[in-house]
Write a protein that binds this ligand. Structure first.
Ligand SMILES: Nc1ncnc2c1ncn2[C@@H]1O[C@H](COP(=O)(O)OP(=O)(O)OP(=O)(O)O)[C@@H](O)[C@H]1O
Ligand SMILES: [Mg+2]
Length: 363
């Protein structure tokens, strides 16, 4: 799929902007704090309805304004889709596809698939399990509409159960209602565990070969899913931990505590890997994501790289840039040196200066 254009009004530091992208490699460059990431964020919002930074809707509206608009045009299988987002201060955003308003955000599912890569992703292996779960969920939600539904239900049930666990301390009679949430948690939780298991298995098949190349044949990377509790044991464990959960006022078992393990020749990279190894693994994982999306939807996703090149050494930069020639990429950086030095093919260059963007001749 190709992201053809983005139009922004009163979004972050853009009063009014229209950009047309090339179907190949697009570079947005400029000094710090000029608005490069803001453009990427608007694209991400168009694809997923949310900010990649976790910002609230009202924070994306330009300072002093009441509302904001994002319009993106996506071409896919020779058809065009116009996605309109109308971001409001106090109400939920309005979304329309080809001018037809949609009621549920999930109707946007699958129109614009994005693989987003930021420097924080490079720390995914080093950091805590929540980031690895976020990775799993983001990917699965993009590829599987049913998973998105199940995860939403699970999270709601979990929040309700946790609230109830706390309330029971003050009103013991509420305890009778606990099984209602337990049942939902078990129903959706089991499905989440099964989907994650399957997904990590598929990812593992792809990541191994990619990582071998990145490491110059030296490393053998294997991923494994580490569920907090198995699908079959979830119900039993939830019951077994009920007293503990009541005491602490939170749910102690379930897929909300899952993790994913990275092994190189049997050694856990999360704990024992060097910083460079951990970053290479994260890079392999991201590149696998592209392959996985391609094979799942029979389309190439749009690759977005926010400031990652400067974080990689030149051999990894080379590897990354060489692996993305058949996919649309939107890349931000502060300078063009890396590209010039390595003579990478760039199709379109934009210079970003303080909320304005100028297309320059590519070279
Ligand atoms: N709601 C908003 N309204 C207006 N301006 C905003 C808003 N939110 C952020 N900004 C401005 O946007 C700028 C930051 O933009 P952005 O994060 O896109 O920069 P960048 O070019 O990616 O910089 P860096 O190279 O440091 O990553 C800041 O100057 C900030 O004040
Ligand atoms: Mg930035």
């Amino acid at each position: 799929m190709i992201l053809k254009s983005v139009a922004l009004s009163q979004f972050r530091n853009y009063s009014d902007l229209f950009l047309e992208f090339d179907k190949g490699t697009n570079i947005l460059y400029g000094d710090n704090a000029q608005g490069k990431t803001n453009i990427l964020e608007s694209v991400y919002v168009s694809g997923t309805t949310r900010s990649h930074k976790g910002s609230k809707d009202r924070e994306m509206i330009q300072f002093g304004e009441e509302e904001s608009h994002i319009r993106t045009v996506v071409e896919k299988m020779e058809k065009e889709y116009q996605i309109d987002m109308h971001i409001k201060k106090a109400r939920s955003k309005g979304i329309a596809i080809n001018k037809v308003p949609i009621r549920k955000a999930s109707e946007l599912f699958g129109i614009l698939n994005i693989v987003f890569f930021s420097p924080e992703d490079l720390n995914m292996i080093k950091n805590g399990p929540s980031e690895r779960r976020r990775f799993l969920d983001f990917e699965l939600c993009q590829l599987d509409k049913i998973y998105l539904f199940q995860l939403t239900k699970y999270n709601k049930a979990l929040a309700q159960r946790n609230k109830l666990l706390k309330d029971i301390n003050f009103r013991p009679e509420l305890r009778d209602t606990l099984p209602v949430w337990d049942m939902q948690l078990i129903e959706y939780g089991k499905k989440i565990i099964a989907s994650r298991k399957n997904f990590v298995g598929r990812l593992n098949d792809i990541v191994h070969g990619i990582h071998k190349k990145i490491s110059g044949g030296k490393e053998e990377l294997f991923l494994s899913y580490e569920p907090d509790v198995g699908e079959m044991e979830f119900e039993e464990e939830l019951l077994r931990n009920q007293e503990k959960d009541l005491k602490f006022g939170m749910t102690s078992v379930g897929p909300h505590r899952d993790d994913m393990c990275f092994l190189n020749h049997g050694i856990d990279i999360r704990r024992f890997g060097s910083q460079g190894q951990q970053r290479s693994c994260a890079l392999s994982l991201k590149l696998s994501e592209i392959e996985l999306v391609k094979s799942s939807i029979n389309e190439t996703p749009v690759l977005i790289l926010d400031d990652v090149l400067s974080e990689l050494d030149s051999s990894r930069q080379n590897f990354l840039l060489n692996s993305i020639h058949d996919i649309q990429a939107i890349i931000t950086c502060t300078g063009l040196d890396e590209f010039v030095k390595n003579r990478f093919e760039i199709n379109k260059v934009f210079k970003v200066v303080n909320g304005t963007v100028k297309a320059e001749n590519s070279f």
